[in-house]
Ligand binder design. Structure first.
Ligand SMILES: Nc1nc2c(c(=O)[nH]1)N[C@H]1C(S)=C(S)[C@@H](COP(=O)(O)O)O[C@H]1N2
Ligand SMILES: [Mo]
Length: 180
């Protein structure tokens, strides 16, 4: 709980409401390497689609793709567990999405457009840059490659590519909530 309070207080841009990378490492919490920091969040244009939502049970926050891309971005190469193909993915760390929702430090549930959902443990997404990816090799992710938004896990640790972690690779992701 103290950890959550520290993170929420320490990581946020008052003007945009967007999370920012902590200035210095929080005790026991690794600093992620960012491809770009938070940018000014663009307003929703008329007719612009919501692609993802963050729901904490009280506040239901919707994001367009442009808004998602304005959040701090992580980027790394990893082998997609089901596709068995390597891509350089870019997207938003689940930790930053949980910070936005006010539930960082709690296990999260990622729900998909096909009704699938999986729980990702706080100890995993708080310590590793598990991301909601919106691009692969610099391009949008087609449906055939599990996009447009798909959860990917880093190349290391190896357990992310084996066994029960297969369910964490949530394709067609559309919502994050605290796990029930
Ligand atoms: N959107 C979505 N993502 C998903 C699933 C799903 O049904 N829908 N199944 C998950 C589970 S439980 C596993 S084991 C793997 C299944 O991948 P495979 O059928 O290609 O082995 O994808 C995961 N991601
Ligand atoms: Mo599974």
């Amino acid at each position: 709980m103290l950890l959550c309070a520290l993170l929420v207080a320490g990581a946020g841009d008052a003007a945009t409401g967007a999370p920012t990378a902590p200035e210095r490492p929080l005790p026991g919490i690794p600093v992620f390497e960012y491809a770009h920091p938070a940018r000014t969040m663009p307003p929703v244009l008329p007719g612009e689609a919501t692609v993802f939502s963050i729901d904490n049970g009280r506040v239901h926050r919707t994001l367009t793709l442009r808004q998602l891309k304005s959040l701090p971005a992580v980027r790394y190469r990893t082998t997609h567990m089901q596709l068995r193909q390597d891509y350089t993915y870019e997207g938003v760390a689940l930790r930053d999405l949980a910070l936005l929702g006010g539930f960082a430090g709690q296990d999260v549930r990622l729900a998909a457009a096909n009704g699938f959902a999986a729980t990702i443990a706080a100890s995993d997404y708080m310590n590793y840059p598990i991301m909601l990816a919106y691009s692969a090799d610099g391009r949008p992710i087609p449906t055939l490659k599990k996009g447009p938004l798909t959860v990917v896990l880093p190349a290391q640790p190896e357990r992310f590519h084996r066994g029960t972690y297969s369910a964490a690779w949530v394709w067609f992701a559309e919502r994050i909530t605290p796990a029930p």
